[in-house]
Design a protein. Sequence first.
Length: 255
Amino acid sequence: MENLKVIIPAAGRGTRMRPVSDLVPKEMWPFRGQPLIAWAIQEAMGAGIPERDIIVVVREGKELIVNYLQDKFPKVQRVYQQHPLGLADALASCAHLVGSANFAMLIPDQFIFSTPALTQLVFAYRKKGDFGIVLSSIVKIPSQHRSLFPGTAKFSVSNLRGNVASVMGILAEGQAGVYDEQDYQWRGFGRTIYPSEALKIFSGAPVNEKTKELDFRHAFLEITDRHPHHCVFLAGEAYDLGTLPGYNWAISQAI
């Protein structure tokens, strides 16, 4: 576990937050007195990850993030994504820094502030003791707030033990999960631990003809076909600050 790295992808184009994100990267948007990127890094460090083992992926045009990291978190490593080829490419670009270590992906606009998500995930990972698995996370979302969590997946799960279950596959949109309730749904969350071999699969993912990016979903399914896939039912209220409605809702809850 001492070799676990954390990758924080911050090279996205912020299309869901335009036009404001064209001026200020969404990772630098303030929340409760500090930018979102600070919350992400502090969450990783709070889960026991040394600052030097945290990698932030940036790109040209996100100098505000780079300058902030140099000032506040100088030991955090930075990788530049050379081309806008999406999340799979952002992760693959870190291969030279990750090496043979397993790694956690931490999406820096989704948070659980009461009980930080990565701390919960790492605790379950250590307890399980099988470091060749993919360990995803899912959160309980009120049905009335479903629109605030766009693009989240639903997993088909079984063999729930404590708060960890085996993942059998990804459900189609509209398909009910076995643990869903009338007023709540369990949805995928932006924290996943991968074995180091996953980076090769992300790197070799085909280009999605629609998005013109490396196909993250295709790579994810290949990874979870090769490695046992489990998920942790996370505790606490989840927030997705990656859209203007989600950001504004989170701000309103923080008052």
